[in-house]
Each structure stands twice: as C-alpha cells, then as structure tokens.
Ligand binder design. Structure first.
Ligand code: SAH
Length: 428
C-alpha cells in the first residue's frame, strides 16, 4: 500500500454521487454542494440537512437504495462518496474500481481509492484569506480523522495569530483594463517593547506585510522574525534628531500602498497616543489608501505598571492625566488645571525638560515632596526605575544619568512601588 497522492479537485458543475445520507454522507454532500458540484444523493432515508438541501434545489435526492446504474446515469460521476455504513459500501467501491471512478469509503479509508482531508479556509479579510489548510493521515499510518482535525485547527490558529508566514508572494492577476490593486496601511501599536505585548491582530498583519515602516520604540524583536523579502524601513527618531520628517513618513506609507503593497506602520505603544498616528491615518485617507488602526498597549500605563506603579489605586486616586512634556510643562499644566490634586500625572517625552516641568508643577501648587518615578526603557532588559520627589527630580535624573525613553510618573501612587517592586515578566 502506498502513501497516496494529495490533490484538490475542481468539482464545480461536475456530477458527484453520494451514496448514503446519514450524518457523514450529509456532511460530504453539503461540502460538495458548497464547492459547486452537481450532487446526486442516493439513499432510502436522509438526514434533515439533505432533505432541506434537496427541497431547496441544491442537490438531487433519490429516495431508494443504490443501483448499479447510478454510477453512470444520468451522466458518469467524476467522484463517488459512499457512506451507507452497510455492505453497500463495498459494492459501490467495487463498481467504482471497474468504472475507474475515484471512491471514498466512510467505513474504511484503507479500502478507499480516495479520502478527504480535514479542511479549513483562511477567513476572508484576515491575513490568512485565500489559504486552504488540508490535513490527512498517511494511509500507511492509518486514518485518524480527529488527529488530522486537531492539526488543522492548530495550523489555522497559527495562520490567524501571525506566527506562520502568510505573506502573499504572488497576487491574483488583475484583468487588463481594471485599476491596479491598491495596498493597505495598518497602523499597528507595538506596545512598549516586549513582543508579548503586541496584539494578536497586530502580529497577524505583520506576518502578512510586504513593507514594515518602524520606529525606534516598540517591539523590535518581531522584525527579526520577518521573511528576508519583507522590506523594513526604519524611520526611528533619535532624541533631538528627526532623521525622517513626518511628511516623508506619511508619503512613504502612501507610495508603498499605491504600488499595491500591504504596509504595516509599526509604532511604539499605541498609535494614537502622542504618536502622530492620527496624522498618518488622515494622510492615507486623503490619498484614497485603505487604512486601519490596531491599538497598542500604551507606555503611559504599561511602563509605570512594569515598575510596580498602578496609575490609579483605590484610596489614592481615581484618575490620571497623560501629557507630553516635549515642549515643557504647558501641556501638563493645562491638562491638570481641572484635575483633582490627587490625580496621577504621567509625562511622556519628559526627560529633557524635566527641570522646567517640575518647577512649573511646584509653582502651580503641587507639593515639593510629591513622589516622582522615572522609568526608563520599560519592558526591556534595560528597564530601570529611579524614585525621587518633584523637588529633587531634575538633580537626581542628572546624577543617575536618566535617559529617554522614559515615563515620568508624578503622584502618590509611586509609593506603591515600595511594596510591589518591578512587576514585568518579559517574554523570554
Ligand atoms: N505612542 C507611544 C508614545 C510615543 S511618545 C505610546 O503610546 O506609548 C514617546 C515616548 O513614550 C517616550 O519619550 C517615552 O516617554 C515613552 N515611551 C515609549 N516606550 C517606552 C518605554 N518602553 N519605556 C519608557 N518610556 C517609553
């Protein structure tokens, strides 16, 4: 006995005979109908699904036992499924052998000339769109449908989670005269740096991307897993330096998409939190490029968490304010104007203007003794936390050599770190 030869059949418009209409025969008959086959079911009794399909005109049900003529009349069958669970299966199989028609036997795969795999199709609109997974047992090893189905499900989960390389290498041809395919842009929030904090959707889109436009922040490790033919464009900003202006980044996204490429714009944290993701989305929309956003785990919340600082805590504060300190303290002060004095203040891009920011906050009435945490490189191996007060923050930051990227947390919640310590468990 040989291992067999896997193959996919185009049954559309072709006659297929199904003998027996219990649960197995019904399942097969309906799958064949879905594939466009002209299905004749021969069985004295039939599952409700087959009766309904017959009533709807999707297949023909001949309510009687199998007859030798069924194989060739009204037209010769291209394929036969027999699932009577009785001696008839052997009779049908023998007739198929004589007539040279492929035959699957539900009762005995090893006596069949054909057998069906466990099948799953990539969901339309997901990166696995257009893929069919078919798993079958090796006939020599023995059919084991549940084992095949389990493997199929695992592969499908891998396709959908982006842990398998689903990128299209060849696109369906566009008919001449039709407009060329426009690619898509996905603004993917990469989280604070640990690949484990990237969403499932983000990962799946990365696995299907033709081009990845990436920042300095975010989970750079996932880039190593991309195939060699994926174009990675690093537009990472260094502090005080903007190597690639935002206009150019916007243009880059649109150019690639208009060239038919699927683009992932991988951004640190969440794309719409102080990340200029909104501008990129608008630019794509203005240029007719389909764009989607995949939210990410923002550093504003996750980096304090990694250092054992909940941004809210019962009995301490029920609110927090996130602000950019890039241009000094103005944003933060405005944001805090109507906030309770207990509100936690989370500053992003807060290292270079820390002195001015701290002074302004004290001038605005925050006590000099308010606890401050400076959390550098959260969720990476270099994570470091320095705890101080508003009054001493600038001096301490300088002494300790605190550097961007860092999240500055101002408020009494910082004290919880004393009990909790670091809470991050980076993905190995
Ligand atoms: N969109 C991002 C923020 C971009 S602004 C988000 O949602 O997280 C860049 C700032 O984010 C940095 O200056 C720093 O303040 C903060 N940041 C981002 N990732 C960080 C990390 N891993 N550790 C510490 N700070 C980080």
């Amino acid at each position: 006995m040989t291992t067999g030869y896997p193959l996919t059949l185009d049954v559309a418009g072709r006659r297929v005979l199904v003998v027996g209409a219990g649960p197995v025969g019904a399942r097969r008959a309906l799958a064949l109908v879905a594939a466009g086959a002209r299905v004749d079911v021969v069985a004295p009794t039939a599952d409700p699904a087959v009766r309904e399909a017959a009533a709807a005109g999707l297949l023909t049900w001949h309510q009687r036992p199998y007859d030798a003529a069924d194989l060739t009349t009204p037209a010769r069958a291209w394929l036969v499924h027999t699932a009577t669970g009785r001696a008839a299966d052997a009779v049908v199989a023998a007739a198929c052998e004589t007539e040279a028609v492929w035959c699957t036997r539900a009762d005995d795969a090893s006596a069949s000339t054909a057998w069906t795999p466990a099948v799953a199709r990539g969901t339309a609109g997901t990166p696995a769109d257009g893929l069919v997974v078919a798993v079958s047992g090796d006939r020599v090893g023995g059919a084991d449908p549940r084992r095949s189905a389990a493997v199929r499900d695992a592969v499908l989960a891998g396709l959908q989670s982006g842990t398998l390389p689903v990128r299209r290498v060849r696109r369906p041809a566009v008919d001449p005269g039709e407009p060329a395919r426009v690619g898509r842009v996905a603004l993917v929030g990469g989280g604070p740096g640990d690949p484990g904090l990237l969403t499932v959707r983000g990962r799946a889109l990365l696995a299907a991307a033709d081009v990845v436009v990436t920042d300095r922040l975010g989970p750079r490790a996932v880039l190593d897993a991309l195939g060699p033919d994926v174009e990675v464009v690093d537009v990472g900003k260094q502090p005080q330096r903007h190597p690639i202006p935002q206009d150019r980044i916007n243009a880059l996204l649109v150019e690639h998409a208009l060239a038919g490429k699927d683009v992932v714009r991988l951004k640190g944290g969440d794309p719409f939190v102080l990340g200029r993701g909104g501008e990129e989305a608008l630019f794509c929309a203005e240029h007719g490029v389909p764009v989607e956003v995949v939210p990410g785990v923002t550093s504003a919340v996750s980096v304090p968490a990694a250092a054992g600082i909940p941004v809210t805590h019962r009995g301490i504060t029920a609110s927090f304010v996130v602000a950019s300190a890039h241009e000094g303290a103005n944003e933060a002060l405005t944001a805090l104007r109507d906030a309770p004095v207990t509100s936690t203040l989370v500053l992003l891009m807060g290292v270079s203007a820390l002195r001015e920011t701290a002074e302004s906050l004290m001038a605005a009435g925050r006590p000099a003794s308010t606890p401050v945490a400076l959390v550098e490189s959260g969720w990476t191996a270099d994570q470091r936390t320095t705890v101080t007060t508003l009054e001493k923050a600038a001096v301490v930051a300088e002494e300790e050599g605190v550097r961007a990227p860092a999240v500055v947390v101002v408020g009494d919640v910082v004290a919880l770190r004393g009990q909790l310590g670091d809470l991050h468990r980076p993905t190995p």
